[in-house]
Design a protein around this ligand. Structure first.
Ligand code: C2E
Ligand code: MG
Ligand code: MG
Length: 575
């Protein structure tokens, strides 16, 4: 019975390596070349020397004759050995060169350069090494430059291509455009249908974008739900507009996810070369900043990079730098805005709103710095400071004999995801001595809908400690009713944008009334924010909104002023 070939091979390999193994263990000569030379030296000298010894011992030649023979034999042996060693050394070159090339590839990623024309074993060793390494290198190159899910180039490859395009365009005086395309509402797919559905949508998007791409385009997936397209040879900005519209139209067709139709959209940011950056080094950032502007401008749209965007970007970067250490430097203050009970007229609560007293720029609104603090992670220490300060303040008011009220504190998305959030809140309550029923945490729809199940778990833990929870800016995100029922909420806060045009816009009036009705049907309290006029207040009261918050009653004010307001208000009502 014949053994499998693989076994035979390994037997051959193992036995053929025996001599090598012995030599490899020698301390001297150290190198492989030295060992071969040494073996050759021994091989050529031992037989010759033993023959010579025999000849001299048994010969009848006189002493001088013997010395002469010895010298001739020695010289001939040395010359012969030197020639053999020289030739052997040269014959070893393929093995040594291959080893050197492989080491060069391993250390410096230098592709080997070996001859491939020889067909014997040593020649095959060099040729096969060349081929194997270049195939391997191509594969590594492919894997490191491409996105595994969509097969498109990745961010690194896109940047390389962009740099090459800039050089070429500078030389040839060409115009080109960078487009960054982002799927609107993509996180919903992951949340609602799971990550495999998200992957399916991304692959489909890559296909559709590929369908929109022309020969002069280079397409890549930058990461997450962001794609980029290099539009070469742009004749006029209208060219780019046409393509952007084409892409947006492609996104209007529904995506089929788990047998359901999902209508996503896309936002596109565009930067032009050389108009927006003649050096070409910031084009991608410019396109990304234009994308942010497109998103802020209402999604489903494209936006060209504009200098104002860049100024905004510079401002954001500067604020981001200044934010570091701002908590420690005591640059933040809390202002408080009362919430009035629409039935009793009492102040049932106040909302803590943070302000940044910047040493050079003065007061900066949270709308400007909260997103930066969120992006940089600085929101975590800042949020903790806000929570501690607000709880301390509320306890101080209670200790001073003011009518007790609930302190509402906004949580940011990043804070909400902190694994120790509940412990932190509970420990701050303990530290400040504030009873949990006087703390209300405000979360937003987008925050809790991102990962519904873990949000429910966190909210339930907070609720079990007796802390109240409200859903801020309600109506601006999306909430599924089935989820709303499962969140242990205490209140919904109607977003200011609905309240603002309540008395002029019939739609807003209907939406507001529906939110109030919805909250009631779910057994939740409802607060309207941004109440500025008596008409708005009357409408909200008539529709049974429980609490009202807005400039009509008080702007957000500093602690002492808020305390006076609470006191006077309680006295007025009592009188
Ligand atoms: P928000 O939580 O929805 O807060 C309500 C915002 O509406 C506040 O803006 C408040 O000053 C403003 N407002 C209240 N009544 C009226 C009104 O009648 N008319 C008008 N035009 N505006 C009114 P502010 O203080 O600029 O805060 C903006 C947002 O910044 C807040 O929106 C909240 O999302 C965030 N924020 C503020 N403080 C904090 C904080 O400590 N932590 C976190 N994570 N976010 C905060
Ligand atoms: Mg709020
Ligand atoms: Mg709000």
């Amino acid at each position: 019975m014949t053994k499998p070939e693989k076994n035979q091979n390994s037997v051959i390999e193992a036995s053929s390596l025996q001599l090598y193994t012995t030599l490899a263990n020698w301390r001297w000569p150290r190198t492989y070349r030295g060992k071969i030379m040494f073996v050759a030296f021994l091989g050529t000298h031992i037989p010759l020397l033993s023959l010579l010894a025999m000849a001299i011992l048994h010969s009848t030649l006189p002493r001088e004759g013997k010395i002469q023979v010895l010298l001739i034999a020695l010289t001939a042996t040395l010359v012969g050995t030197a020639t053999t060693l020289f030739l052997l050394n040269r014959l070893l070159a393929p093995v040594l060169l291959t080893a050197q090339s492989l080491r060069g590839y391993l250390n410096d990623k230098k592709r080997p350069s070996l001859p491939t024309i020889y067909s014997d074993e040593a020649g095959a060793l060099m040729a096969d090494t060349m081929q194997t390494v270049s195939q391997l290198d191509d594969m590594i190159d492919y894997l490191s430059g491409y996105d595994a899910l969509t097969g498109l180039s990745n961010r690194e490859r896109f940047k390389e291509q962009l740099a090459q395009t800039v050089t070429k365009a500078q030389r040839q005086n060409n115009n080109f455009a960078v487009m960054v395309i982002d799927i609107d509402g993509f996180s919903f797919i992951n949340t609602a249908f799971g990550h495999s559905a998200g992957d399916q949508v991304l692959s489909e998007v890559a296909k559709r974008l590929g369908g929109c791409a022309r020969e002069c385009n280079f397409l890549a997936r930058l990461g997450g739900d962001q794609f980029a397209l290099l539009h070469l040879d742009v004749v006029s900005p209208e060219d780019v507009v046409t393509q952007a519209q084409h892409i947006l139209a492609e996104f209007k067709r529904p995506f089929v996810v788990k047998e359901k139709e999902w209508r996503g959209g896309a936002s596109i940011g565009i930067a032009l070369f050389p108009d927006n950056d003649s050096e070409g080094t910031h084009l991608l950032e410019h396109a990304e900043s234009a994308l942010r502007a497109a998103k802020e401008g209402g999604r489903g749209n494209y936006q060209f990079f504009a200098v104002e965007n860049n100024e905004k970007l510079q401002y954001r970067l500067a604020l981001g730098n200044d934010l570091y250490g701002a908590v420690e430097r005591n640059e933040f203050v809390l202002h408080y805005q009362p919430q009035v009970d629409s039935v009793t007229g009492l102040i049932g609560g106040v909302e803590a709103l943070v302000r940044w007293n910047h040493p050079q720029r003065g007061f900066i609104s949270p709308g400007d710095f909260i997103p930066i603090a969120e992006a940089t992670g600085l929101i975590v220490p800042l949020g903790e400071w806000v929570l501690r300060t607000a709880c301390t303040q509320n306890k101080a008011w209670q200790d001073a004999g003011l009518p007790p009220c609930v302190m509402a504190v906004n949580l940011s998305a990043r804070q909400f995801c902190q694994p120790d959030l509940v412990e932190k809140v509970v420990s701050i309550l303990k530290e400040t001595g504030l009873s949990p029923e006087y703390l209300e945490l405000e979360v937003t729809e987008s925050m809790v809908m991102d990962d519904v199940e873990s949000s429910i778990a966190v909210l339930q833990k907070l609720h079990s400690h007796g802390i109240e929870l409200s859903l801020d800016d309600f109506g601006t995100g999306y909430s599924s009713l089935s989820y709303l029922k499962r969140f242990p909420l205490h209140a919904l806060k109607i977003d200011r944008s609905f309240v603002r045009d309540l008395t002029e816009d019939a739609n807003d009036a209907v939406i507001t009334a529906s939110i109030i009705a919805l909250a009631k049907s779910l057994g939740l309290s409802v607060i309207a924010e941004g109440v500025e006029t008596q008409e708005q207040s009357d409408y909200l009261q008539d529709h049974g909104c429980h609490k009202l918050q807005g400039f009509l009653f008080s702007r957000p004010v500093e602690a002492n002023q808020c305390a006076r307001y609470i006191q006077e208000h309680a006295l007025q009502l009592a009188a």
